[in-house]
Design a protein around this ligand. Structure first.
Ligand code: PAF
Length: 280
């Protein structure tokens, strides 16, 4: 497995890999867990070579967010990626990605207004700008994103479509701990007590599914029941509980067809997100 730090070397190697077969790409911010590794396995299955990037992207963190504290352990990441048979790890530094004079940012309208976009202004532009750069450097056939970050996956897919990137976006299922908590690098921030409480977010999503299965169609009633369940655990600061359509992520009043039920909440130092897609 090669670890590459320079853009030019990554571009040269990616050109060579592409001439030999299909290239799969998984962008990450490191501190890898089973969720990331499942994305790598999807890329591995569909492609001849796999490139993974490890870069904690400063532009997607707000001024009050956890950029400095974001967990990092490249030695461990490298070992895990080696075990997965990854061909190349691209690990640029911030000056390589954002050299002096860098002044461009990518914006996807509408889809980024709600959900995480509402309380994290600038976040998706930061994500899109770095993903656009990484896709231009690696030029993969496919790039794999996780369903846990449903809005991110959709927004990246829209950018790729609107700007004619020659890459297909593949979305892989959320990987959960045994008690249902969606895997996330930020779970690392949870104290043992908060770790015990955190799965209530997934339980609230399952409650939504049960209610809809039992015939409930009023989104407000579903959201209220979810909020009540989460509030039974102390310490949560709910960011949003939403039911939106899966195309434009607009809130729905009446649940019919395919919807995304999404939740985000702060618990101690961690901001946790989760979602499910269901059909009424
Ligand atoms: O999902 C993430 O880890 C990041 O948002 C990504 C896609 C690697 C961009 O920095």
């Amino acid at each position: 497995m090669k670890v590459i730090r320079s853009k030019a070397a990554m571009q040269r190697l990616a050109d060579r890999l592409r001439s030999q077969g299909r290239v799969g790409f998984v962008p990450t911010m490191g501190f890898l867990h089973e969720g990331h590794l499942s994305l790598v396995r999807v890329a591995r299955k569909r492609c001849d070579s796999v490139v993974v990037s490890v870069f904690v992207n400063p532009t997607q963190f707000g001024p009050e967010e956890d950029l400095e504290a974001y967990p990092r352990d490249f030695g461990r990441d490298r070992r895990l990626l080696g075990q997965e048979g990854v061909d190349v790890v691209f690990r640029p530094d911030a000056e390589t990605v954002y050299p002096d004079g860098f002044a461009t940012s990518v914006l996807v309208e509408r889809l980024t207004r709600g959900l995480c976009g509402r309380t994290r202004p600038g976040h998706f532009s930061g994500v899109l700008t770095v993903v656009a750069k990484l896709l231009n450097i690696v030029k993969p056939d496919i790039a794999v994103f996780g369903q846990k970050d449903a809005q991110q996956a959709l927004v990246v897919g829209r950018m790729v479509r609107d700007l004619d990137f020659d890459t297909r976006i593949v979305v892989a299922p959320t990987v959960r701990e045994r008690d249902g908590l969606a895997m996330s690098s930020r779970n690392f921030y949870l104290t043992p007590e908060q770790r015990r409480q955190a799965p209530v977010l997934y339980r609230s999503l399952r409650l939504a599914r049960r209610m809809v299965r039992d015939g409930e169609r009023d989104a407000a009633s579903v959201k209220l029941a979810m909020r009540r369940l989460i509030r039974r655990e102390s310490g949560f600061r709910i960011d949003y509980v939403e039911v939106v359509d899966t195309g434009e992520l607009q809130p729905v009043r009446r649940i019919s067809g395919r919807v995304l039920v999404a939740v985000a909440a702060h618990l101690g130092r961690a901001r946790l997100i989760d979602n499910i897609i269901m059909r009424a």
